[in-house]
Design a binder for this molecule. Structure first.
Ligand SMILES: C[S@@+](CC[C@H](N)C(=O)[O-])C[C@H]1O[C@@H](n2cnc3c(N)ncnc32)[C@H](O)[C@@H]1O
Length: 211
């Protein structure tokens, strides 16, 4: 669903110099110099709930959110004003550019949390698990690096399982009802809790890169 325009979003993004990285290409190859051994990237952070929760739960990891919609980014940055720790950074931009921002092997883990499903066939290339994205992820991940995906959408999940397999990734974990058992290490956003309340299964998989 298209989001209503937020005329204040650009100002909000500009005002959040504490966490917004305006020129991420300047940090390429030096993200760890911000003081963290573990560089984690969430692609498609939307209104920021997962990034805010996970960044707060894991202060020992650098959590970098990537979001291409200025309006969604504005909401995320407004919502996080009082909940942004030093380990939380935000890039407003298209993940298609990700290899311009991170160097070869610089990232330990990428999260795709409830990505847009893009159900129409002519939008296949926009899915964040399409092969062109997987190639970029492969280059920025360290050896042994992982992608963690969670979704309510069975069609996107199936597409992703095939896409990763065809591109030579190792499937390390797969769940067709992730919330059947407790997983306290992984944040449940309001969006996800709505699905859980409706008894809809949450799909989750973890793939390891082969370099
Ligand atoms: C459903 S929201 C994600 C919610 C969020 N991850 C969470 O769990 O709270 C999906 C977001 O992905 C963003 N997105 C889709 N394609 C993208 C791309 N190529 N680069 C960056 N963001 C993208 C969309 O703009 C949208 O805000």
């Amino acid at each position: 669903m298209r989001m209503r325009k937020k005329p204040w979003a650009r100002d909000m993004i500009q005002s959040r110099e504490d966490c917004v990285i305006a020129s991420p290409e300047e940090l390429k190859g030096t993200w760890k110099s911000l003081g963290y051994e573990h560089v984690i990237v969430e692609i498609g952070a939307g209104k920021g709930d997962y990034w805010i929760n996970m960044g707060n739960m894991h202060p020992e990891e650098l959590w970098v959110a990537v979001e291409k919609s200025v309006d969604a980014a504005g909401i995320a940055l407004k919502k996080s004003i009082d909940r942004t720790k030093a380990n939380m950074k935000f890039i407003v931009g298209d993940a298609a550019l990700i290899s311009q921002w991170f160097a070869e092997g610089e990232v330990e883990r990428i999260h795709l949390n409830f990505s847009d499903p893009w159900p129409k066939k002519h939008h296949t290339k926009r899915r964040l698990t399409y092969s062109s994205f997987l190639n970029d992820y492969r280059s920025i991940l360290m050896p042994g690096g992982k992608i963690v995906m969670k979704t309510d959408n069975s069609k996107l999940f199936e597409f992703s399982l095939v896409s990763f397999a065809e591109n030579g990734w190792l499937l390390r974990e797969a769940y067709v009802n992730y919330r059947e058992t407790a997983h306290d290490e992984d944040a449940i956003t309001e969006y996800e809790s709505n699905f859980i309340a409706l008894n809809q299964p949450i799909y989750r998989a973890v793939w390891e890169v082969v370099k």
